[in-house]
Structures are given as C-alpha cells and as structure tokens.
Design a protein around this ligand. Structure first.
Ligand code: XMP
Length: 517
C-alpha cells in the first residue's frame, strides 16, 4: 500500500539497495513530510505523476563503474525536481554529469569530521566542522564542471557537492543515521530550504490514508487477520475494523512457543477491549511435532511460516470463506528478509514475510509494510489501543523457537519460558520494562557445573538478552544496574530447575542481531 495522496507534499527516495535506505524515508516522515521508498528505475513519467517536491538517491552496495550498476531514469536530472544523492547517490550524480568515480585508497568507515568549504542552504545553521558517518570504498576523483565542493574530509575531497545554479546536491556521508548527530538538521534543510516542503504530514493523516487504502483494496471481500496480541497486529486489526467492520475476523494461533500465560492473556485482553470477531486456535501439537529434531535456525523459521499458512488456510475454509490474509508486517521485517527486490541481502526469514508458501490461496494485506515500530506505536495510540498493548515488547512470530538454540525439547522450552518470565517480572518491578526494547532469556545445549546445597549440579546455561532500540534496525545492549541482573540470576538459578549458570549478552546490533536465531 502506498503512503500516497495528493494532499501533502512528498519526497521520494530512490532505492539503490542500501541496507538502511528506508531510514531516509522514515526520517523525512519524522520531519512531517510524506515519503516512501521507490525502485531506483522508476520512470521519470511515473515520478512526475506523483508530483514529489524532492528526490533522494539512496546509497547502495554497488560501485557506479561496475557493469550493470543500478541507474535511475536520466530524465530525472532535467526534471527540475531538487535532488539529493547520498553516498552511491552522490557518485551516480558525479558519473552522470561526466565526472570520475574511483576506488579510494583508504576506505572511509565510521565517524568522520567534514569541513565546510562554502556556505550553502544544505548546511544552514550548522558549524564549519560537522561530525558525520561515512561508509564507502569509492570516491569522486574528478568532479564534473559546474560542480562546487561544499565540504571535504581528509579522505573525501568531495564530501558534499552542489551543481552550481541548480538544486542538485550530493553528500558522501549518511545524514539518515544517528551517528551523524546533526543529520536530521541537514535533511530538514534539504526539505524546507531547498525543496520548500510544507510539513503537513502526520499520524492522523496516515491513519485516514491507510483506512481509505484498505477500503479500496479490499472492496466487498472478507479478511482474516493473523493476530498475535502485539501492537502491530492489533493496530492492523483496528485499522481493518474501521475500514471493513464485520467483514473482518481475527485469528490467534497458539503454536506452543508462546511466553508464560501469553495465550490466555491475549485472549482476555482482546475480548475485553475489542468488538471484533476473534478466534483462537490451539495448534501446539502440530507445530511442535513439525519442529521435532530441527536445529537449523532458518529451517525452524520456514517450517513455522509454512505451518502458520496451513492453519490460516484451514481456518479460512472453516470460518470463511475469506479472500485476504492480513498481517502486521513492518518494514524492518521486509528489509531483513530481503524480499523487496532491492539489492540488500537476506539476514533472516521473518516468518510472516519469507515464510508464506505460494500455494496459500489468500491475497496478502500488509498495511504497515512501509512503517517502523515507533510509527506503528503512535498510530496504534491514535487509534485508541490501550497502553498495555502499545507498550508490549516486540515478540517474534516464531516465538521461543528462535530463542532455543539447537533442537527444541520440552525441557528447553520450559527453561526458556520460565527464565523469560522472571526477566520480565524483574524489569516490571524495577520500572525498567518500558525503558528497554526487548528483554528475554535464551537457552541452548551448553551446560555448566554448579553447586546445589552441598552437591554438584550440572545444568543449563541461560543467557539474558536485553536491548535498547528505536526501530530494531540497530540495537544496543542495556547496561542494567548490577543489582537487577544479580536478582535475575539468583531467581533463575533458584526457581528454574535445571539451570546452573546465567550469562548476560553484551553484543549490540550490528554486528549481532537481537534474536539469537
Ligand atoms: P533481529 O533478531 O533480526 O530482530 O535483530 C529484529 C526485530 O524483529 C523481531 N523478529 C521477528 N518478528 N517475525 C516477527 O514478527 C519474525 O520472524 C521475527 N524475527 C525477529 C525481533 O524480535 C526484533 O524485535
């Protein structure tokens, strides 16, 4: 579903395959301007139909001088629409106008200081020295004529450039990432000083747009909504209910890999808070038997995705008929499963994105596919979801299966479930639950020696994983007060039988991911 209308100024981001390219669109929306990611080769005529006030050319993994490197429709350069090229986008501009890009002798990766060479709208209000994040192996060796250098770094003589007398700009660094502390101001300058956008786009607009979009897409057909109890699927359910009312049924699948008490809690909350048709399916046995003996993380995910699809397909016959399956898929699920057609590589197959088999006879509806979690939380809040639902930590569709390393056994499932409950309880009792993104326990096959009473014990190692994040694209491990981690460890070793050690995971994302599998 496009976040598109004619009422609000928009800026399109042409996607050349950067892992974090979509962040640019989201950062632009944060400034109150409608924005979405579109394929890099969208024809100029199509672009003109959408009447954007600006075009951003994203970064990407390719070198512009490689055969077959992705290129946009050259007509955009004479369209009169202001252009901002970021990293690969800058190199594309340089190449298009006849300059030369080459492999740099020294890759520039990480925090870098750039120095302004002359005043420019792009850096209005900023100091002469700007800290920014670079990640590139290529550099503009010769600039085309008519281009001015706006800023340089030690390794990039053309860290920011402008085509003189035009509204075409390029930056070698990434203003969209938080490691460029004043990046948002640079984007704001582009949006408001260069593109002259009106910052009129807000969450209320998005809600109306999504509801209208669903009405148009679904018409008179019926929708089965895969409901997990989390904020994403609950938001989808409420949007759908506003759009199509009685033609919606929500289905909640208990696959046996939920957290302690979760199935009953979700059922209770849903029945108390919503007037939407709700159906709970007990599918514990079938999921667990399909997973028996499987230890490969991607296999687990694909089996679970496929089994979900089977349950949906069966229920769509029993409760239906239905034409659509709605899911709370978010943008980070899409990009990490790499099903977007952009050149970013697959990190893991998020169950709802990469797991649905071709035989599923339902059309898929994913109204939140362009959004990030924090945007969905604001949208859900606007739609009246309770704080309890809005504040729930994200929980992966494959559930505890991705937190149990190796094969899933009843014993490991019990340990993972009980230890996770203790982690959550301790965070709630110290008021830290809402300050962190996710908090859970992981168990594998590693065992360690302990002492229980006076006797030797040989039990499982449990790892606690607690992270902070705004969108799950990056995450930092939480520096929890020691007395809180100590209490968690004491309780887990005392209360969860079969555990003798507790570890705390201190890796951030990247290079790690949030879930261990
Ligand atoms: P990773 O582990 O990739 O996780 O850093 C990023 C975020 O996505 C959640 N996650 C999933 N959510 N289905 C989901 O609905 C999945 O298959 C899935 N895998 C990971 C994860 O909990 C984290 O918030």
């Amino acid at each position: 579903m496009e976040l598109n209308d004619n009422l609000h100024d928009s800026v399109l981001v042409l996607d050349f395959g950067a892992q974090y390219g979509h962040l640019i669109a989201r950062k632009i929306r944060e400034c109150g301007v409608r924005s979405e990611l579109v394929p890099y080769d969208l024809p100029e005529a199509e672009i003109q139909k959408r009447a954007p006030k600006g075009l951003v050319l994203s970064g990407g993994p390719t070198s512009i001088y490689d055969d077959g490197s992705p290129r946009c429709d050259p007509a955009i350069f004479s369209s009169g629409i202001p252009i901002l090229g970021i990293c690969y986008g800058l190199q594309l501009i340089v190449d298009f106008y006849g300059g030369k890009v080459r492999r740099s002798e020294k890759r520039e990766y990480g925090k870098t200081e750039i120095h302004r060479e002359q005043s420019s709208e792009l850096f209005k209000g900023l100091d002469d020295k700007i800290v920014c994040w670079m990640s590139h192996g290529d550099t503009a060796e010769t600039l085309p004529k008519d281009f001015a250098i706006l800023a340089r770094s030690d390794n990039s003589p053309a860290a920011a450039i402008q085509r003189v007398g035009s509204q075409t700009y390029g930056v070698q660094f990434h203003p969209e990432v938080s490691h460029t502390p004043r990046g948002q101001e640079i984007l704001r300058n582009y949006l408001f000083e260069i593109c002259h956008c009106n910052p009129s786009w807000k969450i209320e607009t998005l809600s109306d747009q999504l509801i209208d979009g669903i009405k148009k897409q679904v018409g008179n057909e019926r929708v089965l909504c895969a409901m997990s109890g989390g904020v994403d699927s609950a938001t989808v359910a409420v949007l759908l209910h506003n759009a199509i009312g009685e033609k919606l049924t929500c289905i909640f699948v208990d696959h046996g890999l939920l957290r302690s008490g979760e199935a009953d809690q979700v059922t209770k909350t849903f029945l108390e808070q919503f007037q939407i048709k709700f159906h709970r399916v007990d599918a514990k046995k079938r999921f667990l038997s399909k997973l028996e003996g499987v230890d490969d993380p991607e296999k687990k995910r694909l089996i679970i995705g496929e089994e979900f699809a089977r349950v949906f397909s069966e229920e769509s016959v029993k409760q239906g008929p239905f034409e659509w399956l709605a899911q709370g898929t978010l943008y980070p699920d899409v990009i990490e499963s790499s099903t977007t057609g952009s050149p970013a590589s697959r990190i893991k197959s998020h169950h709802n994105v990469a797991g649905l088999p071709h035989w599923l006879d339902l059309k898929v509806l994913e109204p939140l596919r362009e959004l990030y979690k924090d945007e969905v939380r604001r949208l859900g809040s606007h739609l009246g979801l309770s704080d309890e639902i809005i504040g729930r930590h994200p929980f992966p569709g494959p559930g505890l299966a991705v937190r149990i390393l190796g094969i899933i056994t009843p014993e490991k499932l019990r340990i993972c479930r009980e230890a996770s409950r203790i982690v959550e309880e301790e965070l709630r009792s110290t008021d830290l639950y809402s300050k962190v993104w996710q908090a859970f326990a992981i168990v594998g096959d590693d065992k360690a020696v302990g002492v229980l009473g006076d006797a030797r014990s040989y039990g499982s190692m449990v790892t606690i994983r607690i992270v902070e994040s705004t969108d799950a694209m990056t995450a930092d491990w939480t520096r929890l007060p020691h007395d809180v981690t100590a209490k968690m460890s004491d309780r887990i070793t005392n209360e969860v039988s079969g555990v003798s050690w507790v570890n705390y995971a201190i890796s951030s994302k990247p290079p790690s991911t949030i879930e261990p599998q």
